[in-house]
Design a protein around this ligand. Structure first.
Ligand code: HEC
Ligand code: HEC
Ligand code: HEC
Ligand code: HEC
Length: 375
């Protein structure tokens, strides 16, 4: 984040996943500009990080402050920290920033969608809110009372641009926000690219080594008269090529669905080596017989038959489990952040092997829409 030149960063329980001291050690080391006005260290009774900061951008003093939710579990940090009521903290902090000369105020909210929207409509003086924490992507920001709300989606896949118009007193009059996907058209920053690439290479190398060790162990097991592979003992994935031998019709229909192109999507986006992206775009990520490393792509890439029907080794029980394919089968991948428009009634007909003659069209997928740079 320092490399990217980010001016202010909000804090949620995710930053505290490895505990307070881990976060604080990195905060001190990097001097990353964290802000959070309602997160307190129980020991010192002070805010854990700066409550806000004011940055002169061009000729304008912009105040940034953060708020974290008082309704979530802080995990292992719960004993050392307390969270103050967000509205109380917001009123105090906005007033303080105005006194110190900020004319534009930006809230980095980690409150979730509903709570953030409620807060900005009840606390005056917040010009822009970046709505974070499990919030879906909206390509266009919305005006809530006098605040522009910006919704950037999850996993750093998008970038938002908010333009505000100011009056003579440098106060906001109007504004608008757009969010764009960070596709290959967006230039790479070489330093960041190197950092990400080396992380991915190391990580994938580690996976490859673990997979080799597992295969070697299975060979030894086989030589010793065991079951041959550790997989055969337990149920595992087989891959669509096998199913195709007996279910050519279903296979052909499947090939025409988006599921059969899910891996190519990542390749096109240059994300096929990114661990965060792989799980839902392949078969059985990290499970028995499923996709482990990039080497498995020829056989196990894409959303396949067994992604819906379950491991092929349980084939015998498929008919017994009537209507085993329900909305829950889809929702492991069609999550609110990755498939915000998902509606089982509308999506299901599009994947049925014998699709109905007519069906409602799929809603537009935000991930497919306009790319940065005006394409
Ligand atoms: C050797 C041939 C063969 C292979 C390989 C095979 N199947 Fe089948 N499958 C069958 C036959 C035959 C039936 C119908 C008999 C039955 O009802 O059990 C069937 C039935 C099914 C059914 C329907 C069950 C129901 O509701 O009646 C599903 C779903 C299915 N297979 C999926 C798969 C998947 C997924 C794979 C790959 C992992 C696969 N099959 C591999 C032969 C095969
Ligand atoms: C293993 C993860 C996974 C499961 C399980 C899954 N999907 Fe998908 N689905 C995806 C991915 C990834 C895509 C995007 C594929 C692409 O175009 O790259 C997708 C795309 C789709 C599309 C096409 C959307 C479009 O705009 O083109 C439909 C329709 C769909 N899924 C329906 C379903 C339904 C219904 C279920 C449950 C019965 C389901 N999916 C289960 C991962 C999954
Ligand atoms: C939790 C599961 C999940 C994860 C993780 C995930 N995706 Fe997806 N992805 C999906 C689903 C489901 C769809 C289909 C959405 C729809 O059409 O409603 C999809 C669709 C897409 C699409 C649009 C496909 C098209 O047809 O053009 C792109 C691009 C994409 N994903 C890229 C990524 C990238 C890049 C990452 C990693 C940052 C990622 N995905 C991580 C589940 C996931
Ligand atoms: C996105 C989820 C999904 C994927 C992927 C999928 N199926 Fe199915 N399949 C279904 C649904 C839904 C049914 C209808 C039965 C039900 O509702 O449980 C079904 C039914 C079947 C049946 C029963 C007979 C029939 O045609 O209705 C077979 C056989 C079958 N699938 C095989 C496959 C094979 C082989 C593949 C991979 C090439 C595959 N399926 C991929 C969801 C899926």
């Amino acid at each position: 984040m320092k490399l990217l030149g980010i001016d202010a960063i909000g804090v949620s329980e995710k930053e505290l996943r490895w505990g307070k001291s881990f976060l604080m050690a990195n905060y001190k080391r990097t001097q990353a500009p964290l802000v959070c006005a309602n997160l307190y260290d129980k020991a010192t009774k002070k805010t854990l990080v700066a409550p806000y900061l004011i940055k002169k951008i061009g000729a304008v003093n912009v105040g940034f402050f953060g708020l974290t939710s008082d309704k979530v579990d802080m995990g292992i940090s719960r004993d050392s920290l307390t969270v103050e009521d967000p509205s109380v903290a917001a009123k105090r902090t906005v007033e303080e920033m105005h006194k110190k000369g900020a004319t534009v105020v930006v809230l980095l909210s980690m409150l979730g969608k509903v709570e953030a929207e409620d807060l900005v409509s009840s606390v005056d003086g917040i010009d822009v809110v970046i709505v974070g924490r499990n919030t879906p992507l909206l390509q266009k920001g919305r005006l809530i009372k006098n605040t522009i709300a910006c919704y950037g989606g999850e996993q750093g896949q998008y970038i938002g641009r908010t333009l505000v118009s100011l009056d003579a007193g440098k106060k906001m009059t109007t504004g608008e926000n757009d969010t764009y996907i960070l596709g290959p058209e967006v230039g790479e920053k070489p330093e960041v690219l190197t950092l990400v690439k080396s992380f991915e290479d190391n990580f994938n190398d580690k996976l490859r080594k673990a997979e080799k060790a597992r295969a070697a162990k299975a060979e030894i097991d086989k030589a010793n008269g065991g079951t041959g592979t550790t997989e055969q003992a337990v149920d595992h994935y087989l891959g669509a090529e096998l199913c195709q031998r007996c279910h050519a019709e279903e296979y052909k229909q499947w090939q025409g669905t988006g599921h059969a192109g899910a891996w190519q999507t990542l390749v096109t986006q240059k994300k096929e080596a990114t661990p965060d992206c792989i799980p839902c775009h392949v078969l059985g990520y990290k499970q028995s017989g499923g996709f482990q490393t990039g080497d498995d792509a020829p056989r196990l890439a894409n959303v396949q038959c067994e992604s819906c029907h379950g491991m092929g080794t349980t084939h015998e029980s498929y008919p017994a489990q009537t209507k085993r394919i329900t909305e829950a089968t889809c929702k492991g991948c069609h999550t609110i952040s990755n498939s915000p428009a998902f509606d089982f009634a509308i999506y299901e007909p599009h994947i049925l092997h014998h699709p109905p003659a007519s069906m409602p069209p799929l809603p537009p997928n935000p991930a497919k829409q306009k790319m940065m740079g005006g394409h």
